[in-house]
Design a protein around this ligand. Structure first.
Ligand SMILES: NC(=O)c1ccc[n+]([C@@H]2O[C@H](COP(=O)([O-])OP(=O)(O)OC[C@H]3O[C@@H](n4cnc5c(N)ncnc54)[C@H](OP(=O)(O)O)[C@@H]3O)[C@@H](O)[C@H]2O)c1
Length: 247
């Protein structure tokens, strides 16, 4: 069930901080707090959620995933919509955002569109912990491989996106591990969450954000609600701003 009243091309965003891109996360989650069904996110969002995911992408210069999401669903920044591509071009942007993936293992299946589709620019951020043979093999596939220091990989990738690829805004589309790493390091400005009217059940926890160790009060990040838009589909589309230390 679509809802023409909700249109994410109309959103606006603040300017990026001086030293990195503006970073937003976008996730879809069931009412019982899970983000994965049968190994991917595909069973969770409606057609409306898919449309809004693409409309959100139009505002961003790059879309980023972690390696596990790449393996589960692929990483592509395509909009699949000439109207949205035109929207970007009219504003001086490329038709599709840059697709970026972060990996330590280098285990990125070569048959993915990321490697074959040249309609969008793509980049791999590979941890310095990866062996040189892994880097060479990835480089042989024709997408740039940027080695980032293991101890500060996420921040280094964002710096490269901003300074090397002139990306002012980066949309992180999961999964929970990459989201967690970025939030924990204070590198996320906004969090978009689709709450799907579904209970998945099951005994595996797949939250929207995670990092090692049990949750502690001292690590909690406070959010400010920017909007909460209920749709006829039963979904609730949430936009939060992540509070900075001292807010
Ligand atoms: N519901 C939703 O909206 C949604 C959205 C996205 C994904 N998902 C689902 O989430 C699941 C995957 O989530 P996940 O938490 O397991 O994994 P993830 O965040 O997608 O990926 C984690 C991986 O990212 C790479 N990575 C993260 N930090 C790194 C660093 N500092 N340096 C180098 N590489 C780094 C590593 O890749 P390597 O393993 O390659 O070394 C790491 O194992 C999938 O099932 C996917 O379908 C759901």
């Amino acid at each position: 069930m679509d809802d023409p009243e909700i249109d994410y091309t109309r959103l606006s965003f603040p300017d990026p901080p001086a030293d990195r891109p503006f970073v937003a996360i976008n996730m879809v989650m069931s009412a019982d707090g899970r983000t994965v069904v049968d190994g991917t996110e595909r069973g969770l969002g409606s057609e409306l959620d898919q449309r809004l995911m693409r409309e959100l992408r139009v505002h961003f210069d790059a879309v980023m995933n972690g390696g596990a999401t790449f393996r589960a669903s692929g990483t592509s920044a395509r909009l699949n919509n000439p109207k949205l591509e035109r929207w970007r071009v009219e504003r001086g942007m490329t038709p599709s955002p840059i697709a970026a993936v972060m990996t330590r293992s280098g285990d990125l299946p070569p048959e993915r569109r990321f490697f074959s589709d040249r309609s969008f620019y793509a980049v791999i951020y590979l941890s310095s912990a990866a062996p040189v043979q892994v880097r060479e093999e990835l480089e042989s596939r024709g997408r740039p491989v940027i080695v980032v220091p293991e101890e500060d990989a996420a921040a280094a990738a964002l710096t490269h996106l901003r300074k090397g690829l002139v990306a002012r805004r980066v949309l992180v589309e999961g999964g929970a591990t990459l989201n967690g790493e970025l939030i924990r390091r204070g590198l996320v400005d906004e969090f978009f969450l689709t709450l799907a009217p579904r209970i998945t059940g099951g005994d595996t926890a797949h939250p929207a954000v995670q990092w090692p160790g049990p949750p502690t009060a001292s690590a909690i990040r406070q959010l400010d609600l920017v909007h909460a838009r209920p749709a006829e589909s039963g979904e609730l589309f949430l936009r939060y701003r992540v509070q900075r230390a001292g807010d």
